[in-house]
Design a protein around this ligand. Structure first.
Ligand code: SIN
Length: 287
């Protein structure tokens, strides 16, 4: 009797598919397993999607620390972690974000709690270009991250405010033990002046580059006016219509562009565990 054998067929490659996540910003990319090699054509698709949507999401990924860093490397050199705290992740470019405490001490690199809207490392002379966050353990409810579109924030400002900001720098300072805006920044461990409106080097679009957590003053304005204008800018850039709220699932990998987005980590999950791995990509001086 003839035996028919069927050679195992390679799984049909799923196409690279993009699904917008909100009217404001963000897109999910489907059809890619980040453990597979990424060629130049695929890398270009990632870059184009990222520049168009500002935040990209891939779900259901299984990544060790090396694979996460390889993904980040597509967008530029990963930055070594510089947190003052020690934590258990071994790769020098991977930071542990967690609310877990062992022997009463946090095991993560960032302080626990709500993290007001900010862009990563804007208190440093050369802030991160991109941040990659990989979800490992997520509360059953809550612990979302909100992303805001800083291009739209700038483009929808009243013209008189755009003119008031033109050519001015903003002062950014951060006290690493706080995650909400503090009344004083005397304890800031790092601070930097950057343009209040920056131009994205790849897209040429202008983005509002101030944020509630770290921006303290606008150069050359009387203190009262600077405080009032900053308050208006913060409220403007945090409007829900400019925001995408990401509800995390374990296995999500999200990458955002710090040159044209802000983000805010919500702390509404009590003592439930939240564990993520973070890698940042080295940027350039904002212009
Ligand atoms: C961050 O600000 O880098 C952390 C965001 C988060 O934990 O959702």
């Amino acid at each position: 009797m003839e035996t028919i054998t069927t050679a195992p067929q390679p799984m049909a490659a799923k196409p690279f598919t993009v699904r917008p996540l909100s009217p404001a910003l963000g897109a999910e990319i489907m059809g890619v397993d980040l453990r597979d090699p990424i060629d130049e054509a695929l890398k270009q698709k990632f870059l184009d999607t990222w520049h168009q949507y500002l935040v990209i999401l891939l779900r259901g990924q299984t990544l060790d620390e090396d694979a996460q860093v390889r993904f980040a490397e597509m967008f530029g050199p990963p930055a070594p972690v510089t947190s003052g705290r020690s934590f258990s992740v071994k790769h020098p470019a991977v930071m542990l974000i967690s609310n877990i405490r062992e022997d009463g001490k946090p095991i993560g690199a960032l302080p626990d709690g709500e993290m007001h809207f900010h862009t990563d490392q804007c208190h440093q002379p050369v802030p991160a270009k991109a941040t990659v966050l990989y979800a490992i353990e997520i509360p059953r409810e809550g612990g979302n991250t909100l992303f805001s579109n800083a291009y739209t924030a700038y483009e929808t400002l009243p013209e008189d405010i755009q003119q008031r900001l033109a050519g001015r720098r903003a002062f950014n300072a951060y006290d690493q033990d706080t995650t909400t805006r503090s009344a004083s920044y005397d304890d800031a461990r790092a601070s930097a002046w950057h343009p209040a409106v920056r131009t994205h080097p790849a897209t040429g679009r202008r983005a509002l580059y101030v944020n509630r957590l770290m921006t303290r003053e606008i150069e050359g304005l009387p203190r009262d006016e600077s405080d009032a204008i900053l308050q208006k800018l913060f409220d403007h850039q945090e409007q829900p219509k400019l925001v995408y709220e990401h509800v995390w699932r374990p296995g999500d990998i999200v990458m955002w562009d710090n040159r044209c987005t802000l983000h805010y980590a919500v702390h509404d999950y009590g003592d439930e565990k939240r564990v993520l791995h973070r890698t940042t990509v080295v940027g350039g001086k904002p212009n």
